[in-house]
Each structure stands twice: as C-alpha cells, then as structure tokens.
Design a protein around this ligand. Structure first.
Ligand code: URA
Length: 193
C-alpha cells in the first residue's frame, strides 16, 4: 500500500503505473516530483504541463524557469528543495484538474510530504490551496498568510503560481511573490514572524 512505502523511490515505483483517475490513460510520462529527499522547503504546484509530461519532471517549462529564479532569489538551488504537484499526470490542454482527479492523487502527495518532512511548504496558485488545504477563497486574498497543514500543523505559505506571474508581470504581483518567498525562507531559518 501507499502508506507503507518507506522511501520516495518505493512510493514512486508503486504509483507510477497509476490509473486511478482518467488522467493516467492520457499521460506520456508520470511526473512524480523531484528534489532533495529531506528538503526543508517544498513547493507544490498544480500538475504537469506539456513539457513536464514529455520529460517526466516537474516545472521544466516556462513556469519552471521562473520557479528556478524564485528558488535562487532566496539563496537556494533546485536540488536543495523538493518540487511536486497536486496531480502527477498532465490534464488535457492544461486544464485545472477536477476535484475527483486531485483527490485521487492527494494520497500520493500526502505520503510524499510525510516522507520528506519539510519544515515549510509553499503552495503555488489556487489548486494546491483548494485541494490540499480545502481553501476555496481566491489566491489573491489568501496569499502571504501562514496556514497550517494538518495532522502535524506544517506551516504553509500560499503564493501565486509562476505561470500567473508570467501572465500578470506587474510590480505588485512580483513584489507579492518576493514577500511570500522571503517569509518562507525566514521560517525555514527558524526566524519567528
Ligand atoms: N505548472 C505546474 O503547476 N506544475 C508543473 O510541474 C509545471 C507547470
């Protein structure tokens, strides 16, 4: 079972053939996630896009380039953090995953989080906020405020998705993301806020 997977490798091996939702039949590659297996900081996005589906790696397209810059801006490298998505298979035409798809996949994400045991999670955009934390309020209202992910009360900082930042490349949006990332970095360093 998923719960007894003792490592990320074991978990990936068990779920990479998943057909629990309709997205499985349409994938080219399963996108498990990647990064430091005990990262202090974990980023959670929505789901693979075209490039991710082709390569089997998260955030390797345009949004990924910006995510790499975001990670660099707080003095870290991609290999220092862990990057995963709510759904592991690409939704057709990059549509938002349905609640059914997301919920089927969520057990995998929860097991990843339990194995990695990050100190801080940064969620990217509305989908992880809604599906993982059950918050359907708009990302614009919720971003920048610390949330807690039960059962252990893991600190979660919701911010904008890098794809949104690329579409909405304004001073205001960029400053908001920078503020959120700095807060996550400070929390990672054990600085109270
Ligand atoms: N957008 C996401 O949410 N996840 C990816 O892996 C790539 C783009």
């Amino acid at each position: 079972s998923i719960a007894s997977a003792a490592s990320l490798e074991e978990l990936e091996a068990r779920i990479r053939g998943c057909l629990a939702c309709p997205l499985g039949a349409g994938r080219i590659r399963f996108v498990f996630g990647e990064g430091h297996p005990n990262a202090g900081l974990m980023f959670i996005g929505e789901g693979p896009g075209r490039e991710e589906d082709l390569q089997g790696r998260p955030f390797v397209g345009r949004a990924g380039e910006l995510l790499d810059k975001m990670i660099g801006a707080i003095g870290l490298r991609r290999g220092d953090v862990y990057i995963a998505n709510v759904v592991k298979c690409r939704p057709p035409d990059n549509r938002v995953p349905t609640p059914f798809e997301a919920q089927r996949c969520l057990a995998y994400l929860r097991r990843q989080i339990a194995l990695i045991r990050p100190k801080v999670i940064v969620t990217l955009g509305a989908t992880p906020l809604r599906e993982l934390l059950g918050i359907s309020e708009g990302i614009t209202r919720v971003r920048g405020r610390w949330l807690r992910l039960e059962p252990v009360g893991l600190p979660v900082m919701p911010t904008f998705h890098p794809a949104y930042v690329l579409r909405q490349y304004t001073e205001e949006v960029r400053r908001a993301v920078w503020t959120d990332l700095k807060a996550a970095r400070a929390r990672l360093d054990g600085i109270d806020q």
